[in-house]
Design a protein around this ligand. Structure first.
Ligand code: PEP
Ligand code: MG
Length: 545
């Protein structure tokens, strides 16, 4: 007996024989195109053709799955008209000069992740639909990928890596006992049809499942518990209700505020960006409609590795983030380890006071090979989007001078090597030490922007270890000293025509939003789930009052 766990998307038990669907792989490659106008035309033609196909599928599905089941193809038709989706593809084709297939695949990844990041199962279903319409577009653009249908006449547990609605409809439902898919923990297109057909379904059981099962093996599918037991002993399983989490309040807010400006009642507009620690968080950034990424904590790349991540690995990740955000600003902070973020393979000495120790930029400036590797990866990735590089834990003019020198050398080396890099990469610093805030008038002319790290700025200003919960009563996050430092940094930035943001946790303290706007803060970067709440707060503020 072998057991596999996944996610149950349609309740019920099925006991029967397995049939594995095999599909030809459609790999999408990135092609640089010069004639963006005709690539856009090719995309439009593919979109029209896909819409025609969906009309036909709707008619075909009606007798098969009824009105409710067939509706999915209507929804798909509407999604192919969705402005955000089409705009994303068109922007990628135009701005990044990439082929329509690649732009579609990338947009699909992003939208899928965006919807997939939602708790609500209805919205998760949209992730699967985006994948389906995107696959359809890619197929039209570049060729066909079909599944083989099982030939046996008996009822079967259909197993696949994933299933699109059109594929599901193509199956004779009178022969389908259950669906099990290896992928798509957020992919509930199978679920929609499974539900309309009332067929047990488990998704996201993993590749190991597909690799191990054979046609004709017996399995039990528990669509509620999300369990699949292959070659089972005799064992009864309960039938159960389907899971439908209904987060209507969050969805409501999302629907009301999506696409709206971050503007106060008196007309002051700011940027609201999101903080991320991994490429996996991009879905949440897009889902919450952030204007950009204000802080990508790149150290998580190092923390998740067992050895120094190579230039190539880093480049791949930074490029992915930049491409996904199209021309929106992406601020990647260089390595900030040390203190509470320890990485064994750096071989750092144990310190008495790690928060005051060798951390962040201090490590980079004493280990240039590590710094240069990261800078090379960043500059190489800069050609794929709108990059800003930010340096943590700055305390002096000399540090910035050294950093700028490294950046200059890296740019020169890459140019000499014939590597394309953007010449619009903004360089900024974190204002997270009292020293940086106090001399911000001297630092501002040297950089393009400031971003205030209130987590560290508070700990260093108030001498309160941010890791020590016993200090909470002494750590007044609204302390006048911290606020004055921020205000001074804002004045310094603006006096030199530079912009200033806040990316520490205080940016999401809505009781301070008005204060920050009064100081002239230009950007607030918060965790993705706070973006829309912050937009709501900003839109309720009137600076004249
Ligand atoms: C900060 O210090 O406020 C900050 C944003 O950086 P981190 O929390 O990663 O130290
Ligand atoms: Mg910090």
């Amino acid at each position: 007996m072998r057991y596999f766990g996944g996610k149950g998307v349609c309740g019920g038990i099925a006991i029967g024989k397995i049939s594995v669907l095999r599909r030809r792989d459609a790999t999408v490659t990135r092609v640089k195109i010069t004639d963006t106008a005709s690539e856009l035309e090719r995309f439009e033609a593919a979109r029209s053709q896909a819409i025609r196909e969906l009309d036909e599928l709707y008619e075909k599905a009606l007798p098969e799955v009824g009105e409710a089941g067939a509706q999915i193809f209507d929804i798909h038709r509407m999604m192919l008209d969705d402005d955000d989706y089409n705009e994303s593809i068109r922007t990628m084709i135009e701005k990044q000069q990439i082929n329509a297939e690649y732009a579609t695949a990338l947009t699909a990844d992003n939208f899928e992740a965006m919807f997939g990041a939602m708790d609500d199962s209805y919205m998760q279903a949209r992730a699967a639909d985006v994948r389906d319409i995107s696959n359809r577009l890619i197929r039209v653009l570049s060729g066909t990928s079909e599944v083989e249908t099982p030939s046996s006449g008996e009822k079967l547990i259909i197993c696949a890596d994933d299933l699109a609605p059109s594929e599901t409809v193509a199956l004779d439902k009178s022969r389908v006992l259950a669906f099990v898919t290896a992928h798509g923990s957020t992919n509930s297109h199978t679920a929609i049809l499974a539900r309309s057909m009332n067929i047990p379904a488990v998704i996201g059981v993993g590749d190991a499942f597909l690799a191990s099962v054979r046609d004709g093996e017996t399995a039990i599918v528990n669509g509620q518990a999300g369990e699949v037991t292959v070659s089972p002993d005799d064992e009864a399983m309960r039938e159960a209700e389907k899971k439908l989490a209904d987060d209507t309040a969050a969805r409501q807010l999302l629907e009301e505020l999506r696409g709206k400006k971050n503007i106060t009642r008196d007309g002051t507009q700011i940027q609201i960006y999101a903080n991320i620690g991994s490429v996996d968080n991009i879905g949440a950034v897009l889902l919450n409609d952030a204007g950009g990424i204000g802080l990508f904590r790149s150290e998580f790349l190092y923390l998740e590795s067992s050895d120094f991540p190579s230039e190539e690995e880093q480049f791949g990740i930074y490029k992915r983030v930049l491409e996904s955000m199209a021309d929106k600003k992406v601020i990647i902070r260089t390595l900030d380890i040390g203190a509470d973020k320890q990485v064994g393979y750096f071989g750092l000495d144990k310190e008495e006071n790690p928060a005051l120790g060798l951390r962040a930029i201090r490590i980079c400036l004493t280990r240039p090979e590590v710094f240069i590797t990261q800078l090379r990866a960043l500059y190489r990735a800069s050609a794929y989007g709108n990059l800003g590089i930010m340096f943590p834990m700055i305390t002096s003019v000399t540090e910035i001078a050294e950093i700028l020198e490294y950046c200059r050398e890296v740019r020169e080396d890459l140019t000499r090597e014939g590597v394309a890099i953007s010449d619009n990469v903004e360089l900024g610093i974190m204002i997270e030490t009292p020293a940086a805030a106090v001399i911000s008038d001297k630092l501002a002319p040297m950089v393009d922007f400031f971003s205030v790290g209130t987590n560290d700025l508070t700990q260093y200003t108030l001498a309160c270890d941010r890791q020590n919960p016993k200090l909470e009563e002494f750590c007044d996050t609204h302390h006048e000293a911290v606020l004055r430092l921020i205000e001074y940094a804002a004045k310094s930035a603006h006096a030199h025509g530079k912009w200033i943001g806040i990316c520490g946790e205080l940016a999401a303290d809505f009781t301070l939003t008005k204060t920050f706007l009064q100081m002239g803060i230009d950007e607030l970067s918060v965790s993705p789930p706070y973006v829309l709440k912050l937009r709501d707060t900003v839109r309720g503020i009137d600076l004249r009052e």
